[in-house]
Design a protein around this ligand. Structure first.
Ligand code: ATP
Ligand code: MG
Length: 335
């Protein structure tokens, strides 16, 4: 039989895919960890309702968005209706409650851009961050979670990309690389662009979920259980998708002009966003539009040096996936 070029490619991925899926499976939190988290959250909920009337807790981040690998920290948002206190004061009050409950390693970061209190629960060893009145993070976590329900390949791809980013040390916003949140948005956008598409654009469909947070109206189609067959005419495996994901960021993305936008399901230009100049410390060297806070570029933390680091890592990953005899090991090799 004569092998066509496409067949050779398919074969290349046939060997790769099971390897990557086994890496993915090892990253999934085991049931006992999920149980431990639940136990901790029940305890925290009781504590707050006992000591702080009117305050409510919401889960967000990787624990709520379905993109949590094992041993992730838990992100919690405290919602309180108190116009007289600053976020820093509310964080201090929360720290006091945690202290009275003998939580460990309590640190109130009141001067951070987003004030939080960090601590460890001695019973479960869980690390938790609590922020105040940050409901947009709760809503964007729900959006990510809803996308993850449409096609299982999103969660597989995002776990592998997050794992790669942590191993290669390009998941550190304080050092100019990207947040996990930004990487998941890159994965969603990428799957919206496949032909046939693997994910729809939930924000351009008839809204079934609407909330207003401050001045921002958040609306999208969230009846995702009706979309379970959306991507099924595209047969690409996570091995192929991960390879093309890195190919895209290594050599196809237009870093000079383009903005990726999950909100519109496509691309925008830097010109129309007015993201063409550096303002203060905010450069726009890689542009990722936040789906709700649309003036917000998640790439704004990336600077001249870290964009080079990032692009070199994208190229390294793409090269390994195409050429290496043992790609799954080389790809995730600690930096
Ligand atoms: P990890 O497993 O690495 O902790 P995570 O899913 O918790 O990943 P983070 O990047 O830690 O992701 O962000 C936690 C949550 O905070 C996100 O799900 C998002 O709701 C919110 N968030 C983080 N960064 C931003 C940002 N720059 N703008 C808006 N929301 C953000
Ligand atoms: Mg987190």
């Amino acid at each position: 039989t004569i092998l066509m070029k496409g067949d050779v490619k398919r074969q290349e991925f046939e060997a790769l895919n099971p390897l990557l899926l086994s890496v993915y499976k090892k990253l999934i939190p085991p049931p006992e960890e999920v149980l431990k988290q639940r136990k901790f959250l029940t305890h925290l909920d009781r504590l707050v309702s006992r000591d702080w009337g009117g305050a409510k807790l919401f889960l967000f981040g990787s624990c709520a968005n379905d993109f949590g690998v094992c041993n992730s920290d838990i992100d919690v948002c405290l919602s309180v209706d108190d116009e007289h206190s600053s976020k820093a004061e509310l964080v201090m009050k929360m720290a006091g409650i945690l202290r009275s409950d003998n939580m460990q390693n309590i640190q109130a970061l009141t001067h951070a851009r987003v004030p939080i209190v960090k601590f460890t629960d001695p019973d479960t060893g869980i690390n938790c961050d609590i922020c105040v009145n940050n409901m947009l993070a709760v809503v964007n976590s729900k959006l990510l979670h809803d996308y993850s329900q449409v096609d299982p390949r999103l969660r597989q791809l995002a776990f592998l990309v997050k794992h790669w980013a942590k191993q290669r040390q390009v998941n550190e916003t304080y050092r100019g690389t990207l947040s996990s949140y930004a990487y998941v948005l890159m994965c969603i956008h990428f799957l919206q662009q496949r032909r046939p598409a693997i994910l729809p654009c939930l924000q351009s469909m008839q809204p079934t979920y609407e909330v207003t947070v401050g001045k921002i109206k958040c609306a999208y189609f969230d009846k995702v259980n009706t979309l379970r067959n959306f991507g099924c005419s595209n047969k690409e495996t996570v091995g192929e998708l991960l390879t093309h994901f890195f190919d895209y960021w290594a050599s196809c993305h237009d870093y000079t002009r383009s903005v990726i936008s999950v909100r519109t399901g496509g691309y925008l230009s830097k010109d129309e966003k007015d993201w063409t100049r550096r303002i203060g410390n905010e450069r726009h060297l890689i542009c990722i539009e936040d789906p709700f806070e649309i003036t917000h570029d998640l790439g704004r933390v990336v600077d001249r040096n870290s964009i080079r680091v990032l692009r070199d890592e994208f190229k390294r990953a793409a090269k390994i996936l195409h050429q290496d005899s043992n790609p799954a090991t080389a790809l995730f090799e600690p930096f």
